[in-house]
Every structure is written in C-alpha cells, then in structure tokens.
Ligand binder design. Structure first.
Ligand code: ADP
Length: 134
C-alpha cells in the first residue's frame, strides 16, 4: 500500500553553491521518494528563525541563521517513509556546513511544510507510488 507520510527537506546554501542540487534530488528520486513541492528561494531571516526555533538558545543559532540566509536554498516536500541515505556522509565534513535539512519526525515535518509552503502549492498526486510500494 502506498505510503502517505510527508516530510520536509531543504538543500542548504552550501549545497546549492556547490552544485549538488541535481545529485541530491536524483538520490531522492531514485530511492522512490515522491516530490510534491519544490521551491528555489532565499529564505527570510524571520522564516529561518521560526524554522530553527527549537535551537534558539544554542550558541550556534545566530551563525546558523546567517548561514541559511547566505544564499538560496531548495525547499522540498516529499512523500517518504525512510531515511534518505548518506548525503551528508558522502558530501559534508563539518556540522556547520552540512548542505541539507531533513525533518526528524512527522510532527516536525508537518510544522516545517506549513512554514515553507502554502497548501495549494502541494496539490500534486504521483502515479508512481503503486510501482514503488506493495
Ligand atoms: P540536524 O539538521 O542534523 O537535525 P539539528 O536539528 O541538531 O541537526 O541542528 C540543525 C542545524 O544546526 C544542523 O543541521 C547544522 O546546520 C546546525 N548545527 C547543529 N549543531 C551545530 C554546531 N555544533 N555548530 C554549528 N552548527 C550546528
């Protein structure tokens, strides 16, 4: 039966600047994740502060918002039920330049999707799900 769990991921400014957008999206697609929304955008500092609100007391919070605001990101909403492999393992060295955001729970993903997308931007049904899931 097709999985209908949604997640939110974003390729961060370093992933965009390093020309890894195609490679990362290719991995999601090859795994069978279904893209239902995608936008190339420079996020406002207000959006990023809200996105990372749970980390606002951490010492790296200001640097994190600055890093995420330093250039465009690729925000994606996906249908998914498993971890997206080893993108950070293959492409990243320090935690402060880790090229991609991934949601860690259904509740968190729902919250982030609401921040980054309007419902009408996600009105898309894939026909491939029946070929990926039993
Ligand atoms: P993850 O993105 O792996 O779920 P967290 O939610 O803990 O990680 O942190 C969000 C983001 O904050 C990380 O992806 C990374 O960009 C940044 N970050 C986390 N820890 C550090 C750190 N010690 N120094 C700099 N940036 C950090």
């Amino acid at each position: 039966m097709a999985n209908s769990e949604h997640t939110f991921t974003a390729i961060k400014p370093d992933g965009v600047q390093r020309g890894l957008v195609g490679e990362i999206i290719k991995r999601f697609e090859q795994k069978g994740f279904c893209l239902v929304g995608l936008k190339f955008m420079q996020a406002s500092e207000d959006l990023l502060k809200e996105h990372y609100i749970d980390l606002k007391h951490r010492p790296f919070f200001t640097g994190l918002v600055k890093y995420m605001h330093s250039g465009p990101v690729v925000a994606m909403s996906n249908l998914a039920d498993s971890k997206p492999g080893t993108i950070r393992g293959d492409f990243c060295i320090p935690v402060g330049r880790n090229i991609i955001h991934g949601s860690d729970s259904v509740g968190s993903a729902e919250k982030k999707i609401g921040l980054w997308f309007q419902p009408e931007e996600l009105d898309y049904k894939s026909c491939a799900q029946n070929w990926i899931y039993e």
